[in-house]
Design a protein around this ligand. Structure first.
Ligand code: NAP
Length: 313
């Protein structure tokens, strides 16, 4: 039986995903009719991305699942017309990419690399009496210890960084200090010299880094946010940077994207802005995840990476 899959992620992404999805469906042994248009009453799965023209899921009465191409689902979970199961993306290549981005920025800040590669002025600043710390002297807290947080934790521990991971429910990762629940947030942040945010954006995680929680970090700590913009109280971060409580921040995500040209983050000497590029979904690997979920749906097996609408992620 041919399975009808609607590509509802928009025309721009169709160029990138059409061939990759066809190949992934064939590789999974699925006979799929994939297109950007279909009679809603015949659609069995929808490949989706936030911001696409598709906003009303009501006519898709036979749809078994909506399969999101992105990891973050905060722009979808509030849609009252979306009653079908919703799966978020866990793409192994995207995870690798996030590990590389986080590791690069932790190492960059840890080693103070900017001081040597920016603004070279012919002055030989060799100060053997004050060597930089080594990784095992620099505790890192990772808020959000799920797919991405744990992968980054493993890589940072392999380099020697002591890692504390914080999640909602208890979790374990060999070698890491794993804390969970709202009551353990302060312990996770206290004394951390770097904090990496890999939480989803939900009402519970909004402004999780604020004036109070930033003050728990070790003085001169680093803030690295590849999670979502609303996790940080921007004004509190700017104040902490100006006072030296936070030495530097590297931010990939923002409350408003693109980050407006007049936002103080752009001009702040202690802030690095990157344009939401920490980890993007890769068509070939992501299409295999989509195909596996369609296969599971057809075989009556549970979907991978099902979103809990009540939790919001
Ligand atoms: P995930 O596997 O769902 O992990 C989320 C983690 O956050 C889990 O450990 C979860 O705890 C924890 N969490 C959620 N709400 C919490 C709360 N109220 N208190 C404490 N912990 C809480 O998600 P993921 O795949 O790692 O992705 C994480 C986020 O990264 C995404 O939501 C997205 O916003 C962001 N992201 C950014 C980029 C980029 O390019 N910048 C790319 C991909 C993803 P439990 O384990 O107990 O549920």
């Amino acid at each position: 039986m041919t399975i009808t899959v609607l590509f509802g992620a928009g025309a721009d992404l169709w160029q990138d995903y059409h061939a990759a999805l066809d190949a992934a469906f064939a590789g999974a042994g699925l006979d799929v009719d994939l297109g950007m248009e279909a009679d809603p009453a015949t659609v069995e799965y929808i490949v989706y991305a936030p911001g696409s023209p598709l906003t009303d899921f009501t006519p898709y009465t036979r749809c078994k699942a909506v399969l999101n191409l992105w990891a973050g689902v905060e722009r979808i979970t509030g849609n009252p017309t979306l009653t079908q199961p919703l799966c978020r993306m866990v793409d192994p290549a995207m995870t690798e990419s996030m590990v590389e981005w986080v590791t690069a920025h932790v190492l960059r800040l840890h080693l103070g690399i900017d001081a040597h590669i920016l603004g070279q002025d012919g002055i030989w600043r060799h100060e053997p009496s004050s060597p930089v710390k080594i990784a095992r002297e620099r505790p890192v807290a990772i808020l959000g210890f799920g797919e991405l947080g744990q992968a980054c934790g493993r890589a940072l521990m392999a380099l020697g960084f002591p890692v504390t991971g914080w999640s909602r429910s208890p979790t374990e990762l060999a070698g890491a200090r794993c804390l969970s629940g709202a009551g353990a947030l302060d312990a996770a942040l206290s004394g951390a010299e770097a904090v990496v945010l890999l939480l989803p954006s939900t009402p519970e995680t909004a402004n999780i880094l604020n004036a109070r929680t930033l003050a728990l970090l070790a003085p001169g700590a680093f803030v690295i946010n590849p999670g979502r913009g609303p996790l940080i109280d921007d004004a509190a971060l700017l104040s902490a940077l100006d006072r030296g409580q936070v030495a530097q921040a590297t931010l990939d995500v923002f409350r408003t994207e693109p980050l407006p040209p007049d936002h103080p983050f752009w001009a702040h000497p202690k802030v690095t802005v990157t344009p939401h590029i920490a980890a993007t979904t890769r068509p070939v690997t992501a299409s295999r995840v989509i195909a596996e979920n369609v296969r599971r749906g057809e075989a009556g097996e549970p979907f991978l990476h099902l979103v809990d609408r009540k939790r919001g992620y």
